[in-house]
Design a protein around this ligand. Structure first.
Ligand code: FES
Length: 247
């Protein structure tokens, strides 16, 4: 569905304090499922269906609604704590940089929604180290561009430009068949996300918002929808996320 520019300008996701996401501007809604290759690595998303959406609608953020993905007011009954804990630093300031012969990777670990698209063919860092090989380079580009959370961005070292898919502004509910659970809300095409305090998060082409209520990096997803506390701790330790927490 192509939206005219006037409508696009009105698109916004407003976070309600300890409550839902209010989506305005007629943002289209889709549901997609993570697909895997023969080796069991996640490799993409299949378009499932477009869901009914209106000019303005309200999406569950606490994970308790019986009308998911829409809000049914359950957050009021459960005492949902939706405190926004994510750093407000711009992506490039958070990201670590990995250089390969032809590609540069920027990686802001805290955005990770653990969809695992970067693990194919020996992992994206391995591919970047071999990015003078056309096949490795192409796979690395595919892996980075599908990363729903925008944790990974791949740059062409010749032009200094990022590889990004052009998305129509839209919202996708990710279903993680391999982990047997619902994944995050994938926000595409730079739709502004407004904090409950009225400030706007850095607009990006790809971000994933928590809809299970358990993320420790709200409003963003941190993989808590399927990871155990031990798995999360291991990941945080590996990338030194607790030391990097800056605000
Ligand atoms: S949806 Fe991923 S942490 Fe909540």
């Amino acid at each position: 569905m192509v939206k005219n520019n006037q409508l696009k300008d009105k698109m916004k996701i407003k976070i309600v304090k300890n409550g839902p996401y209010i989506v305005s501007g007629g943002v289209p809604l889709f549901e997609e499922t993570i697909i895997t290759d023969e080796a069991g690595h996640t490799k993409g998303l299949s378009v499932e269906s477009e869901l009914p959406s209106q000019e303005t609608y309200t999406l569950c953020r606490c994970g308790e609604s019986k009308e998911k993905p829409y809000c049914d007011g359950a957050h009021n009954e459960t005492g949902f704590d939706g405190t926004e804990t994510a750093s407000r630093k711009p992506y490039v300031e958070k990201a670590e940089v990995y250089e390969g012969p032809e590609l540069r990777l920027t990686d802001a670990h805290e955005f990770c929604d653990h969809s695992r698209f970067c693990l194919r063919s020996g992992g994206i860092r391995n591919l970047i180290a071999r990015s003078d090989d056309p096949e490795a380079k192409q796979t690395a580009i595919e892996e980075a561009m599908i990363c729903p959370s925008g944790r990974l961005v791949l740059w062409d070292k010749k032009t200094d430009k990022p590889f990004e898919k052009e998305f129509e502004p839209s919202i996708v509910f990710i279903h993680d068949e391999q982990k047997k659970c619902q994944g995050p809300i994938w926000v595409r095409g730079g739709i502004p996300v407004e904090s409950s305090d009225g400030t706007i998060y850095e607009p990006r082409n790809r971000v994933t918002l928590c809809r299970c209520g358990k993320s420790e990096n709200k409003p963003y997803c941190d993989g808590s929808h399927w990871m155990t506390a031990e798995q999360k701790l291991k990941f945080r330790k590996k990338w030194g996320l607790d030391e990097k927490k800056d605000d």
